[in-house]
Write a protein that binds this ligand. Structure first.
Ligand code: PHE
Length: 346
């Protein structure tokens, strides 16, 4: 019986033919040859119509068995090829965990931010809270409620950038005092307010049209100028060194009465006198004073019940003293040679 022999021949050759195949396309091709519409198997099935019923049965059973066997063989081969591909891929993607990693360049903390973080740390340690306010401020909060009515000559010191007659870029962080006092409604306060401020100044080694301040405000019963001096002495010693001293000189700010200018002993000569301190032994660093009764009243406080002090630290100033930087513009020009000096090696 011709067809039966042909069927046997089909199976006997397939193993050796599959052995050399190791590519899915080629396998597909071969599968079509063996099992497709134009395959030997298909032509055997087609030729069956001429056989006797007995022979049809025999050939039919055998060809369906062989079809199944061939399909299994092709399926097994397909799986083997796919496994081989995956294994090869895994082998290529093996990670050598002993190789050194890439060192990605990372930035550092800007010295001004570092100073603000240090100030926050040390004042929070003394029980202060950190408050913030907007850089676009109203004339009312930046000046009027700080006892600087329109036309007051002291406004000259803080000429700034106006958006319209009532809105401006804040020239000081003191309006955050006002905002906090209005929000606290007569309750005691202990805050610092760090942030950016703006003034209509020409930029040079010691002036910038935008710089940073850190305002402090403490209000409570029986707060005195002595408390102010104690807080500032502590701040300077922690920021610049335990050997520093401070002194208070009379000054004027419309929002404080009495007002003081605070000097810190020169770090270069230790107070003996040198070029940096113009041979005085002292360097002027900040303004401060007891909050003016008018300001207390305008912000909802009764000066007979609650008093307190305020101070305004120049963040650039104190950073320049700490790191002996002689030009304020270094902070803003983003020169990596400058900035990299403050980077901690990681
Ligand atoms: N805000 C003042 C300034 O920028 C500094 C200051 C703050 C003075 C608080 C006294 C009290 O000049």
């Amino acid at each position: 019986m011709n067809q039966l022999e042909e069927l046997d021949k089909l199976v006997s050759g397939v193993d050796s033919e599959l052995e050399s195949v190791n590519d899915l396309n080629e396998l597909q091709q071969k599968k079509a040859n063996y099992l497709g519409k134009k395959s030997i198997l298909a032509s055997i099935s087609a030729s069956m119509k001429d056989l006797s019923i007995e022979a049809k049965k025999e050939v039919g059973m055998k060809s369906s068995k062989i079809r199944q066997l061939l399909e299994e063989k092709f399926e097994a081969k397909k799986k083997a090829i796919e496994d081989a591909i995956v294994n090869k891929k895994l082998e290529n993607e093996t990670i050598d965990v002993t190789l050194p990693g890439y060192k990605l360049p990372v930035g550092g903390i800007h010295p001004l931010n570092q100073t603000i973080m240090d100030l926050e740390d040390l004042f929070v340690g003394m029980g202060y809270k950190v408050a913030e306010g907007p850089e676009i401020e109203t004339d009312e909060y930046c000046f009027e409620k700080l006892n600087l009515p329109k036309g007051h000559p002291a406004r000259d010191m803080q000429d700034t950038f106006y958006i319209n007659p009532e809105l401006l870029l804040r020239s000081q962080t003191s309006p955050v005092q006002v905002r906090t006092m209005l929000a606290e409604k007569g309750e005691p306060i202990k805050i610092i307010c760090p942030g950016k401020v703006y003034r209509r100044d020409a930029d040079d080694a010691t002036h910038s049209h935008q710089f940073m301040q850190c305002e402090g405000l403490v209000l409570g019963k029986d707060i005195t100028l002595g408390d102010l001096k104690g807080a500032l002495l502590e701040m300077f010693r922690k920021m610049l060194g335990e050997d520093r001293n401070i002194r208070l000189r009379p000054s004027f700010f419309p929002f404080t009465e009495p007002s003081v200018e605070v000097d810190v002993s020169c770090g270069l000569c230790g107070g003996k006198g040198c070029n940096t301190c113009k041979h005085t032994g002292w360097i002027e660093v900040l303004g401060a004073g007891m909050v003016n009764d008018n300001v207390l009243r305008m912000c909802g406080y009764d000066p007979k019940e609650i008093q307190g002090f305020a101070f305004g630290i120049g963040v650039e100033r104190i950073t320049m003293m700490k790191y002996k930087i002689d030009d304020i513009r270094n902070f803003y020009t983003n020169d990596l040679r400058f900035l990299n000096q403050f980077k901690e090696e990681k």
